[in-house]
Every structure is written in structure tokens, then in C-alpha cells.
Write a protein that binds this ligand. Structure first.
Ligand SMILES: [Fe+2]
Length: 376
């Protein structure tokens, strides 16, 4: 594990930015369906001539949805045509933007833009950006000051939305991890890239001997920064199977990119009820899962605080070891293309990633893939 001092400046995720075809409508979706609130905005009204962005927050999770304003923005247009509505930027909060950027560059990173300092009456923000997989980028965000300014050009706004005010709180607290799907063969080089360029280390891994169904398999290695506040599972399909969920993502996203955002909640039952009331489509857990869970609970040492009946009612899955357990639930994809989706999870003294649920998750996703005619 490389926990050298120079890499200890990582502070966790800062924000996730999606490039979308219609930021206004996407923002409305993430507010009313997923429970985010608008806190900052840039657009023509605020003097931003090239971008419209809505910055949304739920607990400490920050999501930005952006659309380019001028019709001729080639980078944006190509991204939208290739990937559909998709994650562009996984921004990482750092204490020293310049040194994190310089070390990444010295280790072979590809620059998108070098450090730029923005100063206003509330403090300063330093931003620098490098490429990661596919068309996805990492912006390093260094903040100082009173925290009023989100990013340059953004104006802080409250959220006068009569609809969201009447909906139950989803209760997301922070971004636990964000998963990246990559083509087969890219896993090891990418693990090495995160170690060398960002000083991350291997946190957890899952191989295809535990994660496969009749149709599909995968290998996954979770990368974490030294503080373990930023966790990025890297996921590649395993060959020798029929087209699985990772291949389906790679086909519709046209290559590597962010597959799922995992949001931590302190009460997954309340979160699930809120998602239901908000009409969010979630993944149906295959029949038989809860029968098997009851059997496992009978032989294991673990006692759940939740009633299995209730977990089944909300399609919540459970994974556990001798120390504790994890409750998780998945949404269907956020867009027409079967690409990015959300995970909601609650940890009860359990640091794993639901490895024993992978097979069930696969089967659940494959039921959906079948309906889309993509399980061949
Ligand atoms: Fe996950």
C-alpha cells in the first residue's frame, strides 16, 4: 500500500458532472425523482454564455448536470452523440491542487487543463483536470474560503420548487463509491494507473469465480485513495460468457465510463420508501433470493435489525461477514440507453461491496437485459 505523504492530500469526491442533452429537464428529474436540491446555477442569466449547469446536492453528494449552449461545441456534441447523457467529470477534492496535478503529470497523466486559480470575495478555488478512462476526466478541486462559491461562474441559489418541497426526503448522505466499467483487458493497466498517477491502492477485489451467472461474468478491483474516502470500483467483463451487463453498458455507452453512483444512507428503509413515493424505477430482486437469505441467516452468526419480509418488499439485498452487514438497492438506468444507474446502501459495520450479492444483482439486471433484447 502506497500511503506516501505527498498523496495524502485527497479529501474524497467533490462533485460528479454529467453532460446531458437538456440540463434543465435532467435537473428536474434528479430533484423530483432522486431527491436532490438545487444549490447553484450558471447560465445565460448569470453571464455564462457557453454552459448551463445545475448544481444539485443531497447530503454531501454533489451532482452537476450541464449542457453546452452554443450549437457548435464539438467536444460536447461528440460526447453526447457517443455516450448519451453520461458522466463527464469525477471531481476529487484535494488540499493542494498544484502538487497533485504535477505529480500526476510526472507519472504520465494526460492533461486536460493545468491548474487555474479563481479568486473572488469568498475565497479561492484552484482547478486542474486530467483524463481517466474513455472520455471521462478527473478535476482536482482545491477550496479555501467561506464555501459560498461552488465553482467559477456559478451563482448560489435556493430551490423554490413547490413539488420537491412536498416529497419525502431520500436521505442520501455521501457518495460511497462510483463504479467505472471498462473493456476486458483494461483492468490491470488501469489499477496500475490509479496507483502510479493518483497514489490510490487496492481496497477490495472480486473475481469471476464468484461473480458469474449462466450468461455473464466480471472482475472488479476497488481502488481507494490513502484516506479511503474516495473509492472507485473498476469493473471489466470476463470472457467465455454470453453478453452480460458490463458488455451491454460498454456497447450503449460506447466504451469505458461511469456505471453507477453508490449513495450511502443511514436508513435504507426510509430511503426506499421515499424512492417509491417519488416513482423511481428500481431493480426487482429475483425470486428465491430471500428464501436463500433466510437459510444463510439461520446458519450464520449474523442477526439483522430489519425484517426479511420488509427487505423483500423493497427489493433490498443483504451481504454480511462476521463483523456486520450491508443493505443495498439499485435503480434502473437513468436514461434510455441502459447505462448509468444509482445504488443506495446502508452499512452496518461492514466495509465490503456486496460481493455475495453480485450473482443476484447480475440475474436481476439480466432479467431487464432480456426485456431489452440484449441478452444474447
Ligand atoms: Fe456499488
Amino acid at each position: 500500500m502506497n500511503v506516501s505523504a505527498h498523496h495524502s492530500s485527497h479529501l474524497g469526491f467533490d462533485y460528479i458532472e454529467l453532460w446531458v442533452g437538456n440540463a434543465k429537464q435532467a435537473a428536474s428529474f434528479y430533484k423530483t425523482r432522486l431527491g436532490f436540491s438545487l444549490f447553484a446555477y450558471r447560465g445565460l442569466e448569470t453571464g455564462s454564455r457557453t454552459w448551463t449547469s445545475y448544481a444539485l446536492r443531497q447530503g454531501e453528494v454533489t451532482l452537476v448536470v450541464s449542457s453546452a449552449l452554443p450549437p457548435g461545441n464539438e467536444t460536447f456534441n461528440a460526447h453526447l452523440a457517443r455516450h448519451g447523457d453520461a458522466v463527464r467529470d469525477i471531481a476529487l477534492a484535494v488540499t493542494e491542487c498544484e502538487s497533485v496535478y504535477e505529480r500526476a503529470m510526472a507519472a504520465g497523466a494526460v492533461s486536460v487543463h493545468p491548474p487555474q486559480k479563481h479568486v473572488d470575495a469568498h475565497g479561492h478555488i484552484v482547478l486542474a483536470t486530467i483524463k481517466t478512462v474513455g472520455d471521462t476526466i478527473h478535476t482536482f478541486v482545491e477550496r479555501s474560503g467561506d464555501g459560498t462559491t461552488f465553482l467559477p461562474d456559478f451563482v448560489t441559489t435556493d430551490d423554490p420548487d413547490s413539488l420537491t418541497d412536498r416529497l419525502p426526503s431520500v436521505g442520501g448522505r455521501l457518495l460511497d463509491h462510483i463504479g467505472l466499467n471498462i473493456p476486458e483487458g483494461d483492468l490491470e493497466p488501469l489499477v496500475e494507473w490509479y496507483e502510479r498517477v493518483l497514489g490510490f491502492h487496492r481496497f477490495f477485489s472480486i473475481d469471476d469465480s464468484i461473480v458469474h451467472t449462466e450468461f455473464s461474468g466480471l472482475r472488479s478491483i476497488v481502488m481507494a485513495d490513502p484516506s479511503e474516502r474516495t473509492k472507485i470500483p473498476l469493473i471489466e467483463p470476463a470472457s467465455g460468457f454470453r453478453k452480460g451487463q458490463v458488455e451491454e453498458f460498454l456497447e450503449y455507452h460506447k466504451g469505458a465510463g461511469a456505471q453507477h453512483f453508490a449513495i450511502l444512507t443511514d436508513d435504507i428503509l426510509a430511503s426506499s420508501q421515499a424512492l417509491r413515493e417519488r416513482g423511481v424505477e428500481t431493480l426487482k430482486v429475483p425470486s428465491g433470493y430471500y428464501t436463500r437469505l433466510r437459510e444463510l441467516l439461520q446458519v450464520g452468526d449474523i442477526k439483522l435489525q430489519e425484517d426479511v419480509e420488509v427487505l423483500a418488499e423493497y427489493d433490498i439485498m443483504v451481504d454480511f461477514d462476521e463483523n456486520g452487514y450491508l443493505l443495498q438497492k439499485f435503480t434502473k438506468p437513468m436514461s434510455d440507453r441502459p447505462t448509468a444507474f444509482f445504488e443506495f446502501l446502508q452499512r452496518r459495520t461492514f466495509n465490503g461491496f456486496g460481493a455475495n450479492n453480485f450473482r443476484a444483482i447480475f440475474e436481476a439486471i439480466e432479467q431487464e437485459q432480456e426485456r431489452r433484447g440484449n441478452l444474447q
